[in-house]
Design a protein around this ligand. Structure first.
Ligand code: ATP
Ligand code: MG
Length: 353
C-alpha cells in the first residue's frame, strides 16, 4: 500500500508524526506491504512553491493507494487564483472522496462528563453548501451587491444515494440502525431528495432499521440519549457540525478520527482543525490522527481483501483504548502526558500487543 503523508499545519506536525510512528511500527510487526512518501501541502507548500498544492502533487497522490492529511490552517486562504487552495477540499473533490466517516466512541478512562456513546456520523463530502469552487471555476457563493451574498447549496440524487449506501453498508457491520438527519421541513427540495434517496436505498437493506430526525432536534437527542444512535447519515454542512458535537461528547475533539472515502481511494484526516491555540506546545491529543490512520488501514484491508491490514488496524485501536484506560494520554481527555510521550507510550503498548 502506497501512502502519501502531508503533515499540515499547527498541531498536525506533532500528531501526524505520532500516527506515522505507530503506522511504521505495525507495518513492521504485521509485515504489511506499506511504503510511505512524505511531501508537503498548505502553508509550508505556499512558502516553498507559491501554492498550497504544488505541481505534481495530485498526480503523485493519485498514484498512491491512500493519503494521510494533517490539519491545514485555512483561515487566510482567500484567493485560489494565488494558489491558496484549501488542500482538504481539493483532495476531497479531486479524488471524489464522497463519504466522510466520523466515528465517535467513548473510550473508558477518557474522563468525559457525558453519557457514553458509540456511533458514526456518515457525512456527504462533495456537495451541499460546500459544493462551491469546483476547483477550476468560481464558487457557489456570490456577491450580488456589495451588501448581499447568495450561497447556493447543491444536492444531487447521485450523491444522496451513494452516501446513503455507504451508511447502510456500514450499519450492516454494526448495530443495523440508520438515522437520517435532515431539515426537510425547511429545505423541502434538497433535504426532501436526501430523505427520499435514503428511504430508497434503505429498501435494499431490510434488516436495517431507519429513523428520520430533524437536525436541530438531533442536537438535543444525541446529548440526552446518545445510546439510541448507531449510524447517522447527513448532508455536508450538518455532518460537519454534528460530528464536532459527537466528538466532544465522546471526550474531546482530539479523539475525532475520520476517513474520507471514495470508491477506490481513502484519506485519513482528523476531523478537527490545526488548533493554533495549542500548536507547538506538546499538548495536542494525537489519537484523532492515530485512529484515522487505523481506519485507513482497515478500509484498505477490507477493500483489497488483505486481512493482515484489518488486524493491524484493530491492534492500533485496542492499544489506543488500553492507553486511554491507563491514563497514558493527553490532558484534554484527563491524561497527564504530552503529545510525544503519549506516542511513546503507545509504541510500547504496540510492542507488547
Ligand atoms: P482551524 O481554523 O484550523 O480549524 P480552530 O481554531 O478552529 O482551527 P480546531 O482545531 O478546530 O481549531 O479546534 C477547536 C478546539 O479544539 C481548540 O480549542 C483546540 O485546542 C481543540 N482541539 C482540536 N484538536 C485537538 C487535539 N488533537 N487535541 C486537543 N485539543 C484539540
Ligand atoms: Mg476548526
Amino acid at each position: 500500500m502506497k501512502i502519501i503523508v502531508l503533515p499540515g499545519d499547527g498541531i498536525g506536525i506533532e500528531t501526524v508524526s505520532v500516527a506515522v510512528d505507530a503506522l511504521e511500527f505495525v507495518s513492521k510487526k504485521f509485515k504489511l506491504d506499506v511504503s510511505l512518501k512524505h511531501d508537503i501541502a498548505g502553508h509550508e507548500s505556499l512558502k516553498k512553491y507559491g501554492t498550497t498544492i504544488h505541481p505534481g502533487l495530485l498526480e503523485s497522490v493519485k498514484n498512491a493507494d491512500g493519503l494521510i492529511l494533517g490539519p491545514m490552517a485555512t483561515y487566510d486562504f482567500k484567493d485560489e487564483a494565488k494558489g491558496e487552495i484549501n488542500p482538504s477540499k481539493f483532495f476531497r473533490k479531486s479524488l471524489d472522496l464522497f463519504a466522510n466517516i466520523r466515528p465517535a466512541k467513548t473510550f473508558p478512562g477518557c474522563g468525559t462528563p457525558h453519557k457514553p456513546l458509540d456511533l458514526v456520523v456518515v457525512r456527504e463530502n462533495t456537495e451541499g453548501f460546500y459544493a462551491d469552487r469546483n476547483i477550476e471555476s468560481g464558487g457557489s457563493e456570490m456577491l450580488i451587491t456589495p451588501d448581499v451574498v447568495v450561497s447556493l447549496r447543491r444536492i444531487t440524487r447521485l450523491c444522496c444515494e451513494r452516501i446513503a449506501r455507504a451508511a447502510f453498508e456500514l450499519a450492516m457491520t454494526r448495530r443495523k440502525h440508520v438515522t437520517v438527519v435532515h431539515k426537510a421541513n425547511v429545505l423541502r427540495l434538497g433535504d426532501g431528495m436526501f430523505i427520499d434517496s435514503c428511504r430508497l436505498v434503505g429498501k435494499e437493506f431490510p434488516e436495517v432499521q431507519i429513523e428520520e430526525i430533524i437536525v436541530d432536534a438531533m442536537m438535543a437527542h444525541v446529548v440526552r440519549t446518545p445510546e439510541r444512535y448507531d449510524v447517522l447519515v447527513t448532508t455536508n454542512m450538518f455532518g460537519d457540525i454534528l460530528s464536532d458535537l459527537t466528538a466532544e461528547l465522546s471526550g474531546s475533539l482530539g479523539m475525532a478520527g475520520s476517513i474520507n472515502a471514495g470508491s477506490d481511494y481513502a484519506m485519513a484526516q482528523a476531523a478537527h482543525g490545526s488548533a493554533p491555540d495549542i500548536a507547538g506546545k506538546n499538548l495536542a491529543n494525537p489519537f484523532s490522527q492515530v485512529w484515522s490512520v487505523a481506519m485507513l488501514l482497515n478500509w484498505y484491508g477490507q477493500r483489497k481483501n488483505k486481512p493482515q491490514f484489518v488486524t493491524a488496524a484493530q491492534v492500533m485501536e485496542t492499544a489506543m483504548a488500553q492507553a486511554i484506560a491507563a491514563g497514558e494520554s493527553t490532558k484534554d481527555i484527563g491524561g497527564k502526558l504530552g503529545t510525544k510521550e503519549t506516542g511513546q507510550a503507545l509504541l510500547e503498548r504496540l510492542s507488547r500487543a
